[in-house]
Design a protein around this ligand. Structure first.
Ligand SMILES: [Zn+2]
Length: 99
């Protein structure tokens, strides 16, 4: 009867640590990543810095993305729930990886 054969078509629920957030459940807001690569490069420095001019451009940048103010830098990971991913996978896939 039971010869260790894997029945195809069965699925099993598996839970594993999320690779996107490293299991923390938190990722950097994608908007902030975009910010880093665009206006974030224009952050003034030095005693002559034009902070007012930068603030105006910064506000305009955020409002052009639908944000009235700067959103939180960290947001919940969309790939998982609190660092864990739960998926239904074919039991044959799980057995192949396990042995
Ligand atoms: Zn995650």
């Amino acid at each position: 009867m039971c010869e260790g054969k894997i029945v195809s078509g069965l699925e099993i629920m598996v839970r594993y640590r999320c690779k996107v957030c490293g299991g923390t459940g938190i990722v950097r807001n994608p908007l902030w990543q975009e910010w880093d690569e665009s206006i974030g490069r224009e952050v003034p420095s030095g005693p002559e810095a034009d902070w007012n001019g930068f603030e105006v451009r910064n506000k305009a940048w955020w409002s052009s993305r639908g944000c009235q103010k700067e959103p939180p830098e960290e947001v919940e990971c969309e790939e998982c729930s609190k660092g864990w991913v739960i998926r239904w996978v074919p039991i044959s896939d799980v057995m192949r990886k396990a042995f």
